[in-house]
Design a protein. Sequence first.
Length: 190
Amino acid sequence: MDEKSISESIKNLRTARQLTLQDLADRTGLTKGYLSKVERSKKAPPYSTLNKIAAGLDIELTSLLAGDASPVKDVRLFLSKKEKRPLIRETDIFAGYDYEPLAEGKPGKNMEPFIIHAPFAINRTYTHEGEETIHVLDGRLEFHYGDEVYNLNVGDNIYFDSIVPHVGKSLGRSKAKLLVVIYFYKRNRF
């Protein structure tokens, strides 16, 4: 899904749920004017904003990115088969990152697990509520956290508060393959 489609999907999902811009603003903590701008934009908002909007629409972030309007429901176990799992190619939202969502269809989750293939260049940093862990499965990663820089090799793991600006890039000849799990401790469900 391209960025313009994500913005259009936000509006379609909001109107399908019979929510006004003010209703969504109340659920997300974002302003009505900003949400209106997001819906009209050709570029998707940052990850942290998309997560707030998805929670306000009562859907998973991965569902929002896929254009799936299924509401959150209670599912105790979810199996993700490799052959059925999509590989989502880099977009401006995830600046250079290819990623595989590991629980894309699991509704009501507080964690978002991914396999990520890190880019070779840093285009932007990320900041969002919650906690995150990164485990290097293959390759080498240069990880920036605030003003600090860490070099991670295969088997290394880092766990951090994700409100601090952070980003990683691959070192060497091949992209680093990472297991990333993001935990959202502020989930708003309506």
